[in-house]
Design a protein around this ligand. Structure first.
Ligand SMILES: [Zn+2]
Length: 192
């Protein structure tokens, strides 16, 4: 069973996963073509039958704005940091009932820090409260891993599953290393 359909830009750059229904609509409307189909049984409607799309390609190139690619969201932030507080090292499963994972600005926004990937880390609510508006040096709290902007493809697939056919396209476009990292993220529990 396919969880979703991988949508490629006209350039074959993997863009995102779309629900099957949306993928079919794009194909029917002529906005996308089926690149790979999976499964034995075609999808039938009253008027037509078509193979079940696993990978589609948009017929027109769409420009994905840089700011969209860069947007920080907690879902992807926590996945990037492996659901681990970057200060005390506890995993989300190890937190106490009243604690939760939060977004911490390494250089606090009140001190001029920006809300961007290189300045945000996952922190448990206790560490975040303790650090408050201090700089790492002022309180001796340094993130376990240096925060970096994840590859766009990591963001898109951080919380989704890829089929082998779909994986091939990630590998072709981004290489084996990216695919391996995406799959490592796949194995994480979806706690957010
Ligand atoms: Zn913590």
């Amino acid at each position: 069973m396919i969880a979703g359909c991988l949508a490629l830009n006209a350039s074959y750059e993997p863009l995102t996963m779309v629900p099957l229904r949306r993928a079919l609509r794009l194909v029917i409307d002529g906005k996308a073509e089926i690149v790979e189909a999976e499964g034995d049984r075609p999808i039938r409607s009253e008027r037509m039958a078509m193979p079940r799309p696993a990978v589609i390609r948009l017929t027109k190139f769409i420009h994905v704005p840089r700011r969209f690619r860069r947007q920080v969201t907690n879902i992807f932030l926590f996945a990037r940091d492996h659901y681990q507080c970057q200060y005390c090292g506890r995993l989300s499963a190890e937190l106490k009932p009243r604690e939760s994972l939060t977004r911490d600005h390494v250089i606090p926004m009140s001190r001029g820090g920006l809300n961007e990937w290189t300045n945000v880390v996952t922190a448990c609510s206790s560490c975040n409260t303790r650090k408050a508006s201090r700089l790492p040096n002022e309180i001796g709290m340094h993130p376990i891993a240096e925060p970096a902007e994840p590859h766009f493809v990591h963001l898109s697939w951080a919380v989704r599953r890829l089929t082998p056919t779909q994986s091939r396209y990630i590998k072709v476009f981004y290489g084996e290393e990216t695919l391996r990292r995406v799959k490592a993220m796949d194995a994480l529990p979806a706690v957010v």
